[in-house]
Design a protein around this ligand. Structure first.
Ligand SMILES: C[S@@+](CC[C@H](N)C(=O)[O-])C[C@H]1O[C@@H](n2cnc3c(N)ncnc32)[C@H](O)[C@@H]1O
Length: 241
């Protein structure tokens, strides 16, 4: 039995709102368009808006999992950045939170990820000339002020740079992430298109996660609507009194 069918049975028995066929089809097509073996690692970015913008690019290019390292800056919840509606892309992504760069990057390496650090170093490969067709590729981006840590630079397998032709020395981290993600996707489309979609089991798992999220957001929005209605009622009662 397919995942949506199981969900339907579960929702019917628990009296929960079911996603419409249109919604299920939309979520299914997003799951099918997620790329295989492609992630980003964001190290100690402290402006939540930057993480929000990176998340939006990840969603647009089909990256489902984002690794976030909080080591030197206070932690925040990436799912609570920006808009609070169910259309906010960060609600639908998986965030893997780490508390130390060394531990996080060593774990990713053990899992077979090639770590490609985005750096401001003219000795690095130009992102437009680097071969970015590794089957498991993790792009690393650093903090707004100090860039990637020495640990990240030491553990990276390769370093790439977006050549700069302007007056500024660097780009905003979210802009640089969008450009690097675009370039990896472009190379995959041209040279390794088999990496542009995940295996059927992973697609099914991702769709399951989306349907869980749909239920969660539905319940949360219903609760919020009830709370707002109660507040309005109390307010009008106070005004009349
Ligand atoms: C605002 S920059 C950090 C600037 C910092 N002063 C430095 O020297 O790294 C934030 C992050 O964006 C990425 N970045 C910005 N411009 C880039 C470029 N031209 N090429 C590659 N990565 C870039 C890098 O990952 C960098 O760590």
């Amino acid at each position: 039995m397919s995942y949506p069918a199981l969900r339907w049975l579960r929702a019917r028995s628990s009296n929960e709102a079911m996603p419409t066929d249109k919604r299920v089809n939309k979520l299914k097509s997003v799951a099918e368009a997620r790329q295989a073996g492609f992630t980003v690692v964001i190290e100690d970015v402290f402006d939540p808006h930057n993480l929000g913008a990176i998340s939006r690019s990840c969603d647009a290019f089909g990256i489902q999992q984002i690794n976030v390292i909080f080591e030197t800056h206070p932690e925040f919840d990436p799912k609570e950045v920006g808009k609070n509606s169910s259309t906010a892309t960060n609600k639908w992504l998986d965030y893997r939170i780490h508390h130390g760069a060394e531990e996080a990057l060593r774990a990713l390496k053990r899992e077979g990820w090639q770590l490609v650090a985005a750096v401001l170093d003219p000795a690095a490969e130009s992102i437009f000339e680097a071969d970015l067709c590794a089957p498991r590729l993790a792009l690393l981006f650093g903090n707004e002020k100090t860039g990637l840590s020495s640990t990240a630079l030491k553990l990276a397998d390769r370093k790439v740079m977006i050549p700069m032709r302007g007056i500024a020395q660097s780009m905003n981290v979210s802009v640089s992430a969008a450009i690097c993600i675009y370039e990896v996707t472009r190379q995959r489309m041209a040279r390794c298109p088999q990496l542009l979609s995940m295996a059927p089991e992973q697609v099914a798992q991702t769709l399951d996660y989306f349907l869980d999220m749909h239920e969660h957001l539905g319940r949360r929005n219903k609760k919020r609507r009830k709370e707002r209605a109660k507040e309005r009622l109390e307010q009008s009662g106070n005004e009349e009194g």
